[in-house]
Design a protein around this ligand. Structure first.
Ligand SMILES: NC(=O)c1ccc[n+]([C@@H]2O[C@H](COP(=O)([O-])OP(=O)(O)OC[C@H]3O[C@@H](n4cnc5c(N)ncnc54)[C@H](O)[C@@H]3O)[C@@H](O)[C@H]2O)c1
Length: 334
């Protein structure tokens, strides 16, 4: 199959492109390089430009009439930045995605896989969320994702557009060959911070929030190896029509996680085991807007896609550490 991957120069997009190739498919990358590094595109078919550039999307489809599906990952993704720059986030994630979806539909390319996020979920008592659990998108970023879920659902009901919406939990790790991984100079997410503390680039790892209503007071997440997440896309593309036939709907939402909740303290412990050394830890109050967290009920992914995660959190931590050691040689910075 040939698959258009918007945001294919990014962290998850470049890994997914690799997984598609390994499964015998051909990714076609469309990315503006707003944040994704060019080096992550490697030697893939690549169009540098904006998802809202209808002329460019038309050219991509003209030059690749055999595109079977689009994985739409291009977005702005930094939660605190979305609070400071709501216009840019709603413009890029909402308005531009609308243009892309309409153009794809008009060009006769109706299959869309969309990257949504577990950050939409409201806190529930046991932290396990199904696709039907209550939502409470707490940031402009999360609201852009919820809006696009609604847009896709409505467009799929009214047109021949078809959508599988994947709600990713917390991707960590890098691709198995260490060709790509987290590229932010100062990764804000928890594992990136741990890797920096382990490498001595920070004096300590700070646990923000120790009085949450979880088993040890720290936030809970469902950390999924990015390679597992990439495989979920391969399966979703391959079984796209079959999956929608199973749910008997023009669109559907599917959680993509491991099904295991891991607290920050448990993550630190697992990290130290893999790293073989203790990491200095500090404790601090939660940051404004910090979510207590959730983990995925993964029944629907198993039943509808026949997909479950297979890698462990230790695998993911090991690959994040290996990438942390290698990334300077690829990115040119620590
Ligand atoms: N990383 C996570 O923890 C996480 C969790 C849940 C969902 N997601 C979603 O997964 C997707 C991929 O995330 P990621 O972590 O790989 O992010 P990323 O920032 O590494 O990748 C996004 C890519 O989109 C490109 N891009 C942005 N705006 C564009 C535009 N208008 N036109 C063309 N290209 C554009 C960027 O250059 C970048 O390469 C995003 O939609 C994100 O919201 C990510």
């Amino acid at each position: 199959m040939k698959v258009l991957v918007t945001g294919g120069a990014g962290y998850i997009g470049s890994t997914t492109a690799k997984a598609l190739e390994q499964a015998g498919h051909t990714p076609v990358i469309l990315d503006s390089l707003l944040t994704g590094p060019r080096v992550f595109v490697r030697d893939r078919i690549f169009y540098e430009g904006d998802i809202a550039d209808r002329g460019l999307v038309e050219r991509v489809v003209e030059e690749h009439p055999d595109i079977d599906a689009t994985i739409h990952m291009a977005a702005r993704i930094v939660v605190p930045e979305s609070v400071e720059k709501p216009y840019e986030y709603y413009r890029d994630n909402v308005a531009k995605s609308l243009e892309l979806f309409d153009q794809l539909q008009q060009l006769g390319k109706p299959r869309v896989l969309f990257s949504s996020s577990a950050s939409l979920y409201a806190m529930v008592e046991d932290f396990e969320v199904t696709e039907e659990s209550p939502l409470d998108p707490a940031s402009p970023y999360a609201r852009t994702k919820r809006m696009m879920e609604q847009v896709l659902t409505d467009m799929a009901a009214a047109t021949d557009l078809r959508a599988i919406i994947l709600r990713y939990f917390n991707p960590i790790g890098s691709d198995p060959d260490l060709d790509s991984g987290i590229y932010a100079r100062e990764p804000s997410h928890v594992l990136g911070q741990l890797v920096m503390a382990a490498q001595g680039l920070k004096d300590a790892f700070t646990i923000t929030g120790t009085e949450h209503p979880t088993r040890d007071g720290t936030g809970i997440r469902d950390y999924i190896h990015v390679w597992d997440l990439a495989q979920a896309h391969v399966v979703a593309v391959e079984k796209f029509d079959e999956a929608l036939a199973k749910v008997d709907a023009p669109s559907t939402i599917i959680n993509v996680g491991t099904g295991d909740g891991v607290t920050v303290r448990e993550l630190v412990k697992a990290f130290e085991e893999v790293f073989g050394q203790e990491v200095p830890v500090r404790e601090a109050p939660p940051r404004p807007g910090d979510a207590v967290g959730a983990f995925a009920n993964v029944d629907k992914a198993r039943d509808v896609l026949g997909w479950t995660s297979s890698l462990t959190i230790q695998d993911a931590i090991g690959s994040a550490l290996a990438w942390g050691r290698k990334r300077k040689s690829i990115l040119g910075y620590d």
